[in-house]
Design a protein around this ligand. Structure first.
Ligand code: PLP
Length: 357
């Protein structure tokens, strides 16, 4: 655990909303804390960051981002630790990933120390927005977009970097029905599947909507060339328990390198839970579903942590998975992650950054 936080210009809100916000009844992603970080990139250089009241932006209709989608984001969480402190889970990993996304999208990287200091200061200022209770957290959304007033296709010269936060509670409450997607693609070799760029999500909406209209919660994406190998589940990484071994597709450029995924892999290694990162074919999954060796399947990501899957539909056939209570490894790794983040056990991997009061 390390402690961070530096001086940054703060303009406090004159209209704090916390006292009139019911943190016990919040819809994911619809309630925003009082402040945000803003930092501009102007003609080749970063300006000083500042913390300002959460408010609307003023943007030219010709802003490049609105036309060509040069935009990336991150998602991470701060938690209220059992001793009352605010802690942020693995922010260095999100900062590093955001900068990898930036490089791929031809955008300027954000200096790591500036990012970290602004982030911890924002969480410090709005720490009372972290909902109390075992399922409360502060979802943190950093993003970067092209702000040139210009409609020629080129990398922007000007960018805006913003971080705001949302109080959240448990995301999916029930196990989900997923459908194997073997027509549309989320990503392809050489594309942007490994980045958190806005366009990836826009392109996934239509196939996801078709599945939702047919009664499914989520898609199970397959590779963009043959549709023979499993990649991800919706906007989460995917894990299977096949005969007692945790199996997850190896990342290779088309799969987003999830920090939850990486954390589960590390926990499994540390606890000697058999784990394999490798190609996982649709055929292997169907066979394991048929012969009963498929014991569990779950999505993994920051928003929900673990999203147990109750059935997988391949073509016309729906295969049921054991009920949530029986998904032992999903429940176990979910609990270990939660215990670490909420300070109920020590932090053996050094994943928490403490936010100074
Ligand atoms: C963000 C994201 C994930 C999960 O990453 P985490 O770092 O665990 O939140 C997985 N897949 C996609 C497509 C994502 O955008």
């Amino acid at each position: 655990m390390i402690t961070a936080g530096q001086k940054i210009a703060i303009q406090r809100t004159e209209d704090p909303r916390l006292s009139r916000t019911d943190l016990d009844n919040i819809k994911f992603g619809r309630v925003f804390s009082d402040h945000m970080v803003m930092m501009d990139y102007v003609d080749g250089a970063w300006k000083e960051p500042a913390i300002v009241p959460f408010a609307d932006l003023e943007l030219s209709p010709a802003a490049l981002v609105l036309h060509y989608g040069q935009s990336i984001f991150e998602g991470l969480k701060a938690y209220r630790s059992s001793n009352g402190e605010a802690v942020i889970f693995r922010p260095q990993a999100n900062i590093a990933r955001m900068n990898r996304s930036a490089v791929r999208m031809c955008m300027p990287e954000i200096p790591e120390d500036v990012f970290m200091d602004a982030l911890t200061e924002l969480v410090r200022l709005d720490r009372d927005w972290i909902p109390k209770g075992d399922d409360g957290a502060l979802y943190i959304r950093p993003f970067l977009f092209a702000s040139d007033e210009y409609i020629g296709v080129k990398p922007s010269d000007n960018y805006k970097f913003i971080i705001f936060t949302c109080p959240v509670r448990a995301y999916y409450k029930e196990a989900v029905r997923v459908r194997m997607e073997q027509q549309f693609s989320r990503a392809f070799p050489g594309g942007t599947g490994a980045t958190k760029c806005a366009g990836n999500y826009a392109a996934a909406l239509y196939p996801a909507k078709l599945a939702q209209d047919a009664g499914y919660h989520q898609l199970l994406w397959t590779d963009g060339i043959e549709h023979k190998y499993i990649e991800e589940s919706g906007t989460m990484n995917i894990f299977f328990n096949i005969g007692g071994t945790l199996v997850t597709p190896a990342t290779s450029g088309t799969i987003l390198e999830g920090i939850t995924r990486d954390s589960i892999v590390r926990i499994a290694h540390a606890e000697k839970i058999p784990i394999e990162e490798r190609k996982v074919s649709v055929e292997e999954v169907v066979n394991a579903l048929r012969d009963g060796t498929m014991r569990e399947a779950f999505g993994a990501g920051t928003a929900a942590t673990i999203a147990p899957i109750k059935s997988i539909t391949v073509g016309e056939e729906e295969f049921a998975l054991p009920p949530m209570e029986k998904q032992e490894l999903a429940n176990h790794v979910g609990r270990v992650l939660d215990d670490i983040r909420r300070g109920r056990v020590d932090d053996p991997f050094g994943w928490l950054v403490r936010v100074p009061v």
